[in-house]
Design a protein around this ligand. Sequence first.
Ligand code: FAD
Ligand code: NAD
Length: 466
Amino acid sequence: MSTYDIVILGGGPGGYNAAIRAGQLGLKAACVEGRATLGGTCLNVGCMPSKALLHASELYEAAMGTEFAHLGIEVKPTLNLAQMMKQKAESVAGLTKGIEFLFRKNKVEWIKGWGHIDGPGKVSVTDVEGNKTELLAKDIIIATGSEPTPLPGVTIDNQRILDSTGALSLSEVPRHLVVIGAGVIGLELGSVWRRLGAQVTVVEYLDRICPGTDLEAGKTLQRALGKQGINFKLGTKVTAATPSPTGVQLSLEAAAGGSAESLEADYVLVAIGRRPFTQGLGLENVGLTTDSRGMLSNRGHRTEVPGFWVIGDVTSGPMLAHKAEDEAMACVEQIVGKAGEVNYELIPSVIYTRPELASVGKTEEQLKAEGHAYKVGKFPFSANSRAKINHETEGFAKVLADERTDEVLGVHLVGPNVSEMIGEYCVAMEFSASAEDIALTCHPHPTRSEALRQAAMNVEGMATQM
Ligand code: FAD
Ligand code: NAD
């Protein structure tokens, strides 16, 4: 039996960041991870492999279509899908090894195997060979993450009916990929396979894509992806999916009900959301309960049971790696008596399609629902010189500011590389900046970031570049 100051269950962005911070603060920390590699969903089967394929497929399409030729670069690319997958796997392996290095550097012990809560302060870990180790700790952080939400009637076999993990490692380009769910995973992985040559149909239950994003931004993204060839069936539900060795027969009908329609695909991706993962964790041994969605509640990262803390996808808030990371830091700091805190109002989100959609703060719909008076400043990338020179003019920057105080309340960007630019507004909003603060801040020329400044200037109708 080994004793630690802190034991962390799960080695994803929540767990590994908590472990590293604990090590930095001089705590004796152990991180229990059942996967063969550290890094959780994000590094192994989430953020990182999806971005590897998005990057590679974007370049392939640019070379394959008219984009390179228009720039005077004449090439005839051929797709080597096996190599594309191999470089993805190598990058992922490098990243997961990087976490192992950081554990060694910060004196964190990785306990390999699946953790189980045996009682207050007690965890047992069973490794692949079935050996059991017992750990004792004053504080235990639950960071066990999430898993894909299943869809009744559409059984994932990862042969023909895939979850995101299956869709990240296909060995052939589908002729027709049907994606169920027009959320982040559906649009990112749908984009990957469309760029590589698949016909892609996205079936979405609601009458809009990406619920929760600013409606105007979502519509603009949908229009752009539609022009690229993704076919959207909104307000539609899948009622059955029958796989065969060569494909899948789907039955669809209007979300409100109606006559059935059939659709054939050679692969189906189910991407209707993720749910917290606490299976086999032994929550009942300490009286921990989950809500109807399987989520562990938390107040300032504490569960209702003293000594048990919770962070990341397994608890409330957006299921995002940077949210898990921020909670990890705040949670460990609270454990050692520091004042760790997460500002849930300012967690940015990005959809890494082309164009990208990046947001932080309130949407127009939220402000309207709250009855919050606001002003809007918008600036299109078609009027931004760098975007024009690069032939990437789709989308806009939109700044929402308080009608009275001018404080920036929300920012919604659709356009090139906006994932790299939203951080400017995260910092500004953390300091309660006004739109005028951004409008009066010098930005480098020529950059796409000037569109973000011009949008802030346009809160008072002062944009100078359109
Ligand atoms: P996880 O990363 O899920 O890690 C939990 C870990 O706990 C897992 O490794 C699991 O094996 C382990 N575990 C579970 N139970 C036990 C147990 N009993 N004992 C031991 N170990 C256990 N987010 C972004 O911010 N940006 C993106 O671009 C992005 N892209 C994504 C793309 C895809 C395809 C997917 C699926 C997700 C993506 N996400 C993205 C979401 C992101 O991956 C998650 O929000 C993030 O990984 C959550 O971190 P976590 O530590 O809470 O959980
Ligand atoms: P999501 O919540 O983003 O989207 C799910 C979509 O499926 C929604 O549009 C929803 O209305 C729709 N839907 C739900 N039930 C349906 C049904 N029966 N039929 C048709 N449509 C249905 O979920 P996701 O795309 O699976 O992603 C899961 C999580 O992973 C998200 O919370 C996201 O935050 C995270 N993620 C983030 C990134 C990123 O940050 N770039 C990338 C991938 C995943």
